[in-house]
Design a protein around this ligand. Structure first.
Ligand SMILES: C[C@@]1(CC(=O)O)c2cc3[nH]c(cc4nc(cc5[nH]c(cc(n2)[C@H]1CCC(=O)O)[C@@](C)(CC(=O)O)[C@@H]5CCC(=O)O)C(CC(=O)O)=C4CCC(=O)O)c(CCC(=O)O)c3CC(=O)O
Ligand SMILES: NC(=O)C1=CN([C@@H]2O[C@H](COP(=O)(O)OP(=O)(O)OC[C@H]3O[C@@H](n4cnc5c(N)ncnc54)[C@H](O)[C@@H]3O)[C@@H](O)[C@H]2O)C=CC1
Length: 206
């Protein structure tokens, strides 16, 4: 059985992390990279979590059921197995997606190992079977995505409306993107306005 990679927009969504140890820290770092609004609840925070104090809200207390009411998602990352199980149950009752760091069966979603380059994200999962293998595959993938892809994806993203308006046929639109992508890779992301207009013109004329 394999898990489906569902990509979620976390920008400004309230993500509540219960627990303030190293595992929580890893999850917090990931959530912050995707611009979530992170609230961390724990009676004790490790040094790493404390170092993020300007980017997160820290509530120095033990978990209570009412804490999760307004959450978009919850991460149960305490070292107390029974508490993690309770948090999972309470989230499920409220239909809040929950991640539980010590029990895959209690998660409604799991974290991937990922590579992020601007808007490009590659996520790897072993569906809970071996995080260390996911980590290894991620490190290999990191080596093969050129840095210029970040810039190129922005350029191609910015012209979508114009291309949509200029070409009626899907096949023509596809040709525009394909040729721009190939030229963009050749020029390591440095596509100019003239490059774009030339390709659009050439395809219009055909
Ligand atoms: C199910 C899941 C739930 C979830 O956390 O979402 C889960 C669960 C558990 N992890 C455990 C252990 C380790 N986890 C890591 C590392 C990562 N774990 C991550 C995700 C996930 N871990 C989800 C499945 C992901 C998948 O399918 O691949 C990553 C990918 C993402 C992240 O953490 O954000 C991140 C790599 C990030 C990166 O490098 O990019 C390492 C390696 C290390 O520490 O360096 C070890 C030690 C080696 C080992 O055990 O393999 C244990 C046993 C704890 C114990 O033994 O006490 C459990 C509990 C269990 O197995 O039930
Ligand atoms: N999913 C993953 O990737 C991994 C998961 N784990 C699991 O994660 C668990 C946590 O690991 P660490 O962060 O290293 O543990 P830790 O002991 O460093 O941190 C636990 C945190 O939980 C907090 N906590 C305890 N009771 C609480 C309560 N009632 N309310 C709120 N917070 C509470 C503590 O104050 C502390 O901040 C481990 O028990 C292990 O089973 C371990 C390795 C990887």
């Amino acid at each position: 059985m394999a898990y489906f990679p569902m990509f979620v927009d976390l920008k400004d969504e309230v993500c509540i992390v219960i627990g303030g140890g190293m595992v929580a820290y890893r999850k917090i770092k990931a959530l912050l990279e995707f611009e979530a609004e992170v609230v961390v609840i724990a009676p004790e925070f490790c040094e790493c979590v404390r170092s993020l104090k300007n980017k997160i809200t820290m509530l120095n207390k033990s978990y209570e059921t009412t804490d999760i009411k307004a959450a978009f998602t919850v991460i149960a990352a305490t070292d107390d197995i029974n508490l993690n199980t309770r948090i999972s149950k309470e989230c499920r009752e409220l239909k809040i997606p929950v991640n539980v760091v010590d029990k895959k069966e209690e998660c409604s979603f799991i974290f991937p190992a990922y590579v992020k380059k601007g808007a490009i994200t590659v996520g790897v999962t072993s569906s809970g079977k071996s995080p260390i293998i996911s980590q290894r595959i991620k490190n290999k993938i990191k080596e093969v995505i050129p840095d210029y892809m970040e810039e190129l994806v922005e350029i191609l993203g910015d012209i979508r409306d114009e291309v949509q308006l200029s070409f009626e046929q899907e096949e023509e639109r596809k040709q525009v993107y394909k040729q721009l992508m190939e030229l963009g890779c050749l020029k390591q992301g440095k596509l100019t306005k003239t490059d774009i207009q030339d390709i659009i013109k050439k395809i219009k004329e055909n």
